[in-house]
Design a protein around this ligand. Structure first.
Ligand code: NDX
Length: 255
């Protein structure tokens, strides 16, 4: 008989911590200070170029679950879990090796980089450990409506996120750091189109994995990025007199 290595208590603690992090970020009086929310101009010595910073902070989100996948005890045994964790790794492969290396963002605060490193390591561990050692899926999971619809939502969100980040990148020439009004795609309707895509993506992941770990991460993402979208929207309204009045912050036509 296969020895079970699943310990649900660390997973439970991780899920609760993710939910608390989401809520505390949402309820904090100020937004997380990077990019256009960085009101204080930090000395250069306390910042890192955006490309290096995004690469380093996101790397554990790819390496940790990819390592768990590579060293899992029964590679073929837990196929749905393996595939679902592969999606998580795919997202972070893009964020670490493509997004980070293309970004034209402002220098990034070192303090946030260290906090993000810890966050990404723990979340990668949580999602990977749960899917490899704890999740149990029936053989029919590949045809279950939760799996199929979740995967569709995941890829739809990913496409919106990548396209919107591309549109933002096109607003600047290399070396530029000024802000302009984003146009096209879902930016026609909302200021946080890239965030909307990311939130949709992790909701799809939560549905496809049908797990508290997936749900806790989707919840965290919605709180963190929802609040950022709100602050970005306020920033645009204040900065640009001609900002489109019908554009909402995060949810088209609603909010
Ligand atoms: N990184 C997720 N909290 C975060 C790093 C910070 O991937 O301790 C969460 C992530 C971390 C955070 C992470 C977790 C919580 C932490 C926090 C630090 C402290 C905090 C750890 C890990 C913490 C507690 C205590 C509660 C635990 O100059 P610039 O940089 O503004 O340029 C921007 C440019 N741009 C424009 N250019 C011209 N004109 C305009 N109008 C422009 N508007 C923007 O586009 C950037 O170069 C680029 C994108 O900017 P922006 O602001 O729209 O997106 P950004 O926030 O930088 O996110 C980039 C992408 C995006 O696709 C987003 O969906 C994804 O990353 N993301 C980001 C954050 C978190 C996350 C995903 C998630 O939760 N899933």
């Amino acid at each position: 008989m296969m020895p079970t290595v699943c310990q649900l208590s660390p997973v439970l603690v991780g899920n609760v911590l993710l939910v608390i992090s989401g809520l505390s970020g949402l309820l904090a009086s100020s937004p997380t200070e990077y990019g256009k929310q960085a009101e204080r101009l930090l000395p250069l010595a306390t910042r890192l170029p955006a490309r290096a910073a995004w690469f380093l902070q996101e790397l554990p989100s790819f390496v940790v679950p990819a390592g768990l996948l590579a060293w899992q005890p029964h590679p073929l045994f837990r196929q749905p879990g393996t595939l679902l964790l592969g999606l998580f790794c795919g997202h972070y492969f893009h964020r670490t090796f493509i997004y980070a290396l293309l970004t034209r963002g402002r220098p990034y605060p070192l303090e946030l980089l260290f906090r993000a490193l810890v966050f990404c390591t723990l979340n990668g561990l949580l999602q990977g450990y749960y899917l490899i050692y704890c999740a149990e899926y029936p053989d029919e999971w590949y045809t279950d409506v939760r799996f199929t619809s979740g995967i569709l939502i995941f890829f739809l969100g990913m496409a919106i996120n990548i396209h919107s980040d591309y549109l933002l990148r096109q607003l600047r020439k290399p070396g530029e750091i000024s802000y302009k009004i984003p146009q096209g795609g879902l930016f026609t309707y909302i200021s946080g189109a890239n965030y909307f895509g990311e939130i949709v993506e992790w909701i799809g992941y939560a549905v496809a994995t049908w797990s508290f770990s997936g749900l806790a991460f989707a919840f965290f993402t919605s709180c963190f990025l929802g609040k950022r979208a709100y602050h970005h929207h306020r920033f645009y309204l204040k900065k640009f007199q001609d900002y489109p009045k019908s554009r909402k912050a995060l949810i088209p036509f609603i909010f």
